[in-house]
Design a protein around this ligand. Structure first.
Ligand code: MN
Length: 232
């Protein structure tokens, strides 16, 4: 047993539907521009050859255990955007995972928000700078309760929706992802050693827009997963 000079940070984790044990979050991977309609609204080319990945720190998670969450409006932005995304949670990892067996490593699915400081992202893009300040800030990764594959299987079609104050802002279907779940895992595992506890945010459909303090967000992955958040 190591001794530490101060208490290590708490392990970020998510609730699991139908059980008391929690899912310990290891890393958070995100794919950009995985829905053609969103790539177009951002003025980006729709690329089907090579996926574009970025990451968030594990402690960016804000876990909605089923009762709703408060999410702090981050500093240094005037344009905080919502992006509703299906989350894939991994129970097994590895390197160079074949597309054909990639789904075997999936623990379950959920819904989350890839919160984005869009003004900082636009400035970073203009200068060719990295996206960390735009994407990987504190509390930038709200996430729902996870539903295990044993319960839900591997969803192929499911509505992905986001309402703000009762008005629909985003409505897509996971069937429209450019890179499907198996392809994302396959491609990620060429670049990183995937591990149990990794989460993948799988991209957002069109309709991303700005949030303000007091906004109430309802994000849904069909009937499978729900996340309710208030920006405070
Ligand atoms: Mn995103």
């Amino acid at each position: 047993m190591n001794t530490f000079v101060f208490e290590p940070a708490e392990q970020p984790s998510l609730a699991i539907a139908g059980g008391d044990a929690r899912f310990p979050v290891h890393r958070i991977y995100c794919i950009g521009r995985n829905y053609a309609d969103h790539a177009r609204e951002m003025g980006a080319a729709v690329e089907r050859g090579q996926p574009m990945f970025f990451t968030k720190p594990a402690d960016a998670i804000v876990a909605d255990d089923g009762h709703g969450i408060d999410v702090p409006y981050p500093p240094a932005t005037k344009e905080l955007h919502h992006e509703v995304e299906m989350i894939v949670a991994l129970a097994h990892g590895g390197r160079d995972i074949a597309r054909e067996s990639a789904l075997d490593g999936v623990f379950g699915y959920g819904v989350g928000l890839d919160l984005t400081r869009r003004d900082l992202q636009a400035a970073a893009k203009a200068k060719g700078h990295p996206w960390d300040a735009a994407k990987a800030f504190d509390a930038s990764a709200p996430a729902s309760v996870l539903v295990p594959v044993a319960t839900c299987g591997h969803p192929v079609h499911a509505a992905l929706t986001l309402d703000v104050n009762g008005e629909r802002r985003q409505h897509g279907d996971i069937a429209d992802m450019i890179f499907d779940v198996a392809s994302i895992i396959h491609e990620l595992s060429k670049l990183w050693t995937l591990a149990p506890g990794d989460l993948v945010y799988t991209g957002t459909p069109a309709g991303v827009a700005a949030l303000a303090r007091g906004d109430r967000i309802a994000a849904r992955l069909g009937e499978l997963a729900r996340l309710d958040a208030t920006i405070v």
